[in-house]
Every structure is written in structure tokens, then in C-alpha cells.
Design a protein around this ligand. Structure first.
Ligand SMILES: [Zn+2]
Length: 405
């Protein structure tokens, strides 16, 4: 009680003091390590809150959701990839237009908060932002359907600062199969392979989260640069089709790539997944309530879905998943393919978060847990962000070589 009172009194004082009281039970060693590291999160769905008249401002501490500037600072989130996302069923020029609207919304937040945010398009710019005391804002397009089968649109996205594209979302697009749809392209179509080559040339990371296993292997064979799985977890622990098998992780790592672990409870916990499967009525009821309250407003859908899922957990209808499950996935991947190939891709503001990892302010708990597991400080720094920066640098190098005359 006294602690929370102090925290309230100290709000608005220095970030350090607020931090000291926000995440409890963190050792001094973990705190020092965490706050001196570059922490990169490769997938956040916060962008939805910035559009459709939601009137959300990143500078204000929000009563819900997981991401805003105050909480990013409390958790030392140094770099965030804002996901540009629309449902797979929206295609054609509408998809392009909506993607551009979202890109603009993120860029507008950077313009509005120049002391806190800096748009970053390279690993060096991420480090520079941090040196200037700013959070690096990056852009990732989640789903190839947003380019409307047009490489010129991809080039336009890249010119606006987009630095990864997930080849599909949850449905197939015109040139690639998704892991959660019926295969129609046998992985990547010929045009899909051209998309990957053009992404290499442009210096846009190829993201294989969401794609079918065959699409992953096609992209791995074509890409000259390492791939990322911006927000995927381990299928050996939780059998979701969009998680990666051990063999896929090994093959990803062999080419220098990184799997950034997703915190969504239904990708972390088999028990949670089974409960959802065995009681489909729970999610049907949640979906009906979300639909009634939110209509087409995607930000509202995401927040409300998370809230109602928590309600179902509290009522004992769904199992309670703790943040330790994130650590289990990081550790599984780390032991399997090495700490050089694991990162963080929360899915904050777009999924159901485990207990203890409700928002970005809780990130130091990951550092603490990895130290307790015996990870070295240097390996922890890699997992927190350095691995993602290394892939960015490699992708930049491949792009430079492809465009050199
Ligand atoms: Zn996703």
C-alpha cells in the first residue's frame, strides 16, 4: 500500500524513481543490466489505437492496453516496431490506403513528440535515438496483402520507413500461403519470390511470422538476408500452427535469423489453447460481446477482447497463464539454437497478455528471470535487442550490396 502510494506521489518525478517502484522484486543486477541494454520489441499492435478516431496519444499514460511513452520508459523499451495491420480479407487499393493511413499515424506521433520519439530506419538510428534519450519508433507491415501485388507499393512503404513486412497475415494473400488458411500457392508464388528479392534490395526485413511452413522454407531459400519471425513462439511447447517447429528454428538460425517470442497466451500455453478448443463457446461469447461493443473499431476489439479474456480467466473458465511462460519459450529457443537467435516480439495491444506482463513497464522481469536461469549478461543483452539490431545491420548490408554499382 505504502509502495503504491509512493509510486503515485513520485509520478512526474524522475523516471528512475518511478521505475524503482513500478516493477517489484527486481534485483539490482537485473535493473542495471536491463536499463543499460537496448531493448527492442519487434511487434506491437498499438497503431490501431492511433487511427479510426480513437484519439489516442502515446504521451498519455493509458488506463488500458500495454503501450504508451510513460510505460515504455518505465520498462526501458528502447525501440518499438509499430505494426501496420489490417485484416487479410481487406485487399486491393483499400488495403494500400489503410496501410498508408496507419504509417502516417505513427509518423504523426513522432512529429508530435520529438523529445520522446525518433523515427528509426536503421540499427544505427536505433542506437542514436537511445543516446539522445528517445525511444526509436519503427514500422513493420503485417501482411503482404497491403502491397496489392505491386512492387511499387512495396517501394513506397520502404521509402516511408517500413523496415519489415510479414509475408502474410492470418489469411493467404495473392502470392503467399498463411499458416492459418488452406494452402493455394504451395508456399510462395513466383511473384512472391520476386517480393522477397525486392525486400532484400530495399533493405526491408523478411518476416515469416504467420506464414505456412512451406512459405517459410521458400522465403529462407530465396532471401539473401537473414529472416525474422517478428512475433512467433515455439510449437514444441504450444502447438499453434503459426508457432515455429524446432527444425524451422534451427534452419532460421543457420541463416542468421531471429525468432522474436510472442507473449500471446494462446501461443504460449498448450493448456490455454486446449481449454479454448474444448470450450469454443467461451470465445464465441467473447466475440459476440466485442462485436456488440466495438463494431468495426479494431483498437476497441483488441482491448475489449483482452479484457473479456481476463474476465473468463478470473471466473475460472480459462487457465491462468503467467509471464514465466514467455521465459520458457525464450529458454527453449535459446537452448535449441543459441542465444544469438532469440528476441522479443510481444504482440502488445494485439493479443491476450499473460499475468505479470500486462504492459511494457514489466519488461525488466524478463531480464530478472533470464539472470535467474543462469544466462550471461551478454546473452541477455542479445535477447533483449542486440540480435534484432544485428539482423537489421545484415539486411542493410545486403541492400547496399544489391544496389551498389
Ligand atoms: Zn500477428
Amino acid at each position: 500500500m505504502l509502495r503504491s502510494l509512493l509510486a503515485i506521489l513520485l509520478l512526474g518525478c524522475t523516471a528512475i524513481l518511478a521505475v524503482a517502484l513500478t516493477v517489484e522484486g527486481i534485483s539490482e543486477r537485473a535493473r542495471k543490466l536491463h536499463f543499460s541494454s537496448v531493448v527492442v520489441d519487434t511487434h506491437d499492435d498499438t497503431t490501431q489505437r492511433l487511427v479510426d478516431g480513437n484519439d489516442f496519444d502515446l504521451a498519455q499514460r493509458a488506463p488500458n492496453g500495454s503501450i504508451d511513452i510513460p510505460r515504455m520508459r518505465e520498462g526501458n523499451l528502447s525501440a518499438i516496431f509499430f505494426s501496420i495491420w489490417i485484416p487479410s480479407k481487406i485487399t486491393g487499393p483499400t488495403a494500400v490506403k489503410r496501410a498508408l493511413t496507419q504509417i502516417e499515424a505513427v509518423r504523426e506521433q513522432v512529429r508530435r513528440h520529438p523529445k520522446d520519439l525518433a523515427l528509426a530506419t536503421t540499427a544505427a538510428e536505433v542506437r542514436q535515438a537511445r543516446e539522445h534519450g528517445k525511444i526509436a519508433a519503427l514500422l513493420g507491415v503485417e501482411g503482404g496483402h497491403m502491397i496489392n501485388s505491386d512492387l511499387a507499393v512495396l517501394r513506397q512503404f520502404a521509402a516511408l520507413g517500413v523496415r519489415y513486412m510479414t509475408l502474410t497475415h492470418s489469411g493467404n494473400d495473392e502470392w503467399a500461403d498463411s499458416s492459418t488458411d488452406k494452402p493455394v500457392h504451395n508456399g510462395l508464388s513466383d511473384f512472391g519470390k520476386d517480393v522477397v528479392r525486392e525486400m532484400n534490395r530495399l533493405g526491408v526485413m523478411v518476416d515469416i511470422s504467420h506464414v505456412s511452413d512451406k512459405t517459410f522454407y521458400d522465403a529462407l531459400a530465396i532471401s539473401k538476408a537473414p529472416l525474422v519471425a517478428s512475433h512467433s513462439s515455439c510449437r514444441a511447447i504450444c502447438d499453434a500452427p503459426r508457432n515455429m517447429t524446432d527444425q524451422m528454428m534451427k534452419d532460421l538460425a543457420a541463416k542468421g535469423g531471429v525468432i522474436q517470442i510472442n507473449y500471446h497466451v494462446a501461443f504460449l500455453s498448450q493448456e490455454f489453447r486446449d481449454a479454448e478448443k474444448n470450450h469454443p463457446e467461451i470465445n464465441e461469447q467473447i466475440a459476440a460481446k466485442v462485436d456488440k461493443k466495438c463494431g468495426d473499431n479494431e483498437a476497441c476489439q483488441l482491448m475489449e477482447g483482452d479484457r473479456l479474456t481476463r474476465e473468463a480467466v478470473e471466473a475460472g473458465k480459462l487457465p491462468r497463464v503467467g509471464y514465466e511462460k514467455i521465459i520458457e519459450h525464450i529458454d527453449h529457443a535459446g537452448k535449441l539454437v543459441g542465444a544469438d537467435h532469440v528476441g522479443l516480439g510481444s504482440d502488445f495491444d494485439g493479443a491476450n497478455m499473460p499475468y505479470g506482463m500486462e504492459d511494457a513497464s514489466k519488461l525488466p522481469l524478463i531480464t530478472e528471470a533470464l539472470l535467474k536461469k543462469g544466462y550471461s549478461e551478454s546473452d541477455i543483452r542479445k535477447i533483449l535487442g542486440e540480435n534484432t539490431l544485428r539482423v537489421m545491420e545484415e539486411v542493410e548490408r545486403v541492400s547496399r550490396e544489391a544496389t551498389a554499382h
